[in-house]
Design a protein around this ligand. Sequence first.
Ligand SMILES: C[S@@+](CC[C@H](N)C(=O)[O-])C[C@H]1O[C@@H](n2cnc3c(N)ncnc32)[C@H](O)[C@@H]1O
Length: 317
Amino acid sequence: MAVSGNLATFRLPPLPTIGDIIKLFNLRAERQLSQNFLLDLRLTDKIVRKAGKLRDAYVLEVGPGPGGITRSILNADITKLLVVEKDTRFIPGLKMLEEAAPGKIQIVHGDILTYKVEKAFPKSLRKNWENDPPDVHIIGNLPFSVSTHLIIKWLENVASRDGPFTYGRTQMTLTFQKEVAEVDVGVVHFTPLINPQIEQPFKLVEKVVQSVFQFRRKYCHRGVAILFPEAERLQRTEEMLMRADVDPTLRPYELSIPQFKSLCDVYRGLCEENSALFPYNFREELRQKKMMKRSRKYIDEEDEEEEEEEEEEEENI
Ligand SMILES: C[S@@+](CC[C@H](N)C(=O)[O-])C[C@H]1O[C@@H](n2cnc3c(N)ncnc32)[C@H](O)[C@@H]1O
């Protein structure tokens, strides 16, 4: 299939519709893989518009599936679109789009969690971190389970300026689905800041934020508490919240970025005072406690059995 018309004002020629592609290749959304498809071109156009100016851009689309968002990206006069799709069933349909837009699309049949984005586009696109964002964009509608994992990985890449951020402050436009059954998707557009709001190592910020959000609906002191071993938990939690000047009865989602910053700064200080604190893992402590309880029970049961056997033997004598 060939493209007619001027590539500068590229619109896809009359191709089979996404509905046709779905029927042709019998592409059903796999509920157990949390797949659902965006088929309404007005909706996919709206998502792609959230990415901002895409003319002449290099775009990476994650999880194109049957290609709804892919078409909207192609209609935005981009220079190059690279799609990374894990599910084999979608490759033939994507190849039809590739034929319709020769030289524009590159299909990668692979997993975005292991794909090396830093090698995807020409080095000439790289910009200094302090400059405007590069002409590289990431767009995707992924299942919630994958996008959560991916966004944490990419936030870490922002901190270390590698992966997709080898090119500079690469912008990302990602949809987050609440439920497979819900058609509503939230679209989030990210542009990395030049300077982070919290100047602490990523792993430390991640640990504090994850712990605080462990009990999302409870007062924040509950989450802060699990940063500390049981023996010193009460005293250290009180000390950390006081030093950070954070009200213990706020809910995690009520905390501001400056309050998280303050918590991270104080926690860093406490970790410097006590080198065993950062490696401390609440879940590990719980696991060990459970194992000890189980083996205690087992020993008690064994003791009981031995006593019963001894009693039986005594009776036999
Ligand atoms: C929710 S569907 C969305 C499909 C399409 N973008 C749309 O909006 O209609 C998610 C897509 O991501 C793909 N996918 C899931 N995990 C992936 C991964 N780790 N790497 C690449 N693609 C993945 C699925 O096969 C599926 O095509």
